[in-house]
Design a protein around this ligand. Sequence first.
Ligand SMILES: [Fe+2]
Length: 434
Amino acid sequence: MSFKNYYLFKNGFEKIFSVESSKLKFGRGSLEEIGKDAKFLGMNRIAVFTDAQVAELAPVAKVVESIKSSGMDVSVYDQVAVEPSDLSFKEGSKFAKDGKFDGFVSVGGGSVIDTCKASNLYSSYPTDFLDYVNIPIGKAIKVPGKLKPHIACPTTFGTASECTGIAVFDLLEMESKTGIVSPFIRPDMGVLDPSTLSTLPPLVTAANGFDVFSHACESLTARPYTQRPAPGSPLNRPLTQGANPYSDIACLESIKLVGSHIVDAVKNPNDNDYDALMFAGMLAGIGFGNAGCHLPHGMSYAVAGLVKDYSPIGWSSIKPMVPHGISVILNSPAVFRKTGPSCYDRHWQAAYAMGAELKDMRIEDSGNILADLIIRMMKETGIPNGLNAVGYSNNDLDALTEKSYVQKRLIDNAPLPISKVELKEIFRDAMNYW
Ligand SMILES: [Fe+2]
């Protein structure tokens, strides 16, 4: 790929990008080394965060055993909500504060890891809850400094929360997802053991795989970092900088791995598929952790937040919900049809990496080619057919648009400016695909 055309330097605009990530450990058996890793990070009195379902599974038992055998105290908090809210973040923070822990280990999906990040934050630097939350919903006040050490152990492969300084939650009074972004909430270490994936139901695997794909594809097609005004001070450089050459490499490799393994991982998985998808999630995590996502994720918060009665098979929540990966990928084909013309070579490269047959295709059509390929793979892996299939109709377009348009950080990271009218049209195009 030629990056030259995408990164054009201009006076007064950014010329520097940085690459940040947690320290990462990957491989089968890595959970059994947690005790020694925790000790190395200076932990002695550890809170293990998980949810009630994961608490019953082997990964938590392995982590607790490893911590105990290294001679440290451990308390398990298994009350993390499947889709965390400000309320569940506050409950986790209270547990963290009352326990006077000197370190945290989270074992579970993105909800667990995000709750642990927030609990570490609010127990270390207590303040009004909205102070650290993204604008315009919160005040986005900077986190004052380092938190206690945190090792994140994902048992899914979608969110890449172990790599990022982002924690997402539902703000209940606004029925909307928002988040906290700070380099200080990024875990000190992520431990990725693909053996944790073998019990995932097929639709969960599909949803997580498409979340990874969309992280990678959104980062690859994000507004280039060189289009952002120079920050003045390095301390003002945002965590999500826009597309950059390092994220591009990680994201293209991630898309290639997802394209090669997602259908088999859903229909007839083997260890190799799980290893590949977990590694793809890690790569995309480093990519979008530094570049940022854009429209599919910005729209997904409204799709998840305004859910009516959709209850997917494979998730333990008793409440209706649109799982994160599904709420993202349902928007992606409509988004990439819209963004394709603004950087068609990037959409072309994404389609190629995903496995599209490009012979006799025109590069100018790359957004549509990519969208068509995603739709075919959605069909093959049992993803619902657009927003209609999870309970939305054209009557919901205004509400979906209003709720999404406040996701300023994500909307502004798109490769072209998007008006509210255009956003509504993208939602209309995402209602059904086949
Ligand atoms: Fe995501």
